[in-house]
Design a protein around this ligand. Structure first.
Ligand SMILES: [Zn+2]
Length: 174
């Protein structure tokens, strides 16, 4: 289980998102805690602790960042979107650092050209760079879960590797 942003100023509303090995129908399930003061807690206890400080709490099933999620339709699922945001927390265009939460989820190979709605064909692009990619000859492909290579209209190659950034971002938001 991983918990985010516990503690801090009680006067500031916070959102706490917990990815737990827990099924939604197990309303009173017990979850194990990593790095907490106690080894386990019930979901009800977790919710109580987190809401005492005025936080909004979501408990979601664990998202495996190495899992390839595929759906047979154009629009990505919320789970695919969340996975993409956790993998690459910013727009993946070279040197853009717009927060992925406000980004569109782009089909790297366009759906109309046979690109599937599958984890490795989806990446966050801010609205501006989504338009740049759609309406110009900029192209890119994925080289790893957090790596991409962009090619400009003039043929210049721009590697993007968000590995370090992703790790740093997770450390900061923990
Ligand atoms: Zn961008």
């Amino acid at each position: 289980m991983a918990a985010g942003q516990l503690g801090g100023d009680a006067a500031v509303p916070r959102e706490v998102v917990i990815y737990a090995h827990h099924q939604p129908d197990e309303a009173h399930g017990i979850v194990s805690l990593e790095g907490g003061h106690v080894p386990y807690a019930t979901i009800d206890q977790l919710v109580e602790w987190c809401t005492q400080a005025g936080s909004r709490v979501s408990v979601r099933p664990v998202l495996d960042l190495s899992e390839e999620i595929t759906v047979d339709r154009y629009t990505p699922t919320q789970r695919q979107r969340e996975q993409a945001i956790l993998l690459t927390p910013t727009c993946v265009f070279p040197h853009c650092n717009k927060d992925a939460r406000g980004c569109d989820l782009d089909h790297i190979t366009a759906y109309s050209q046979g690109g599937k709605t599958t984890s490795w064909n989806l990446a966050p692009l801010c609205r501006f760079h989504h338009r740049v990619k759609t309406f110009s000859t900029w192209t890119y492909h994925r080289t790893s879960r957090t790596g991409f290579v962009w090619t400009s209209p003039k043929g210049r190659v721009h590697p993007v590797d968000l590995t370090d950034f992703t790790t740093e971002h997770r450390r900061r938001t923990r």
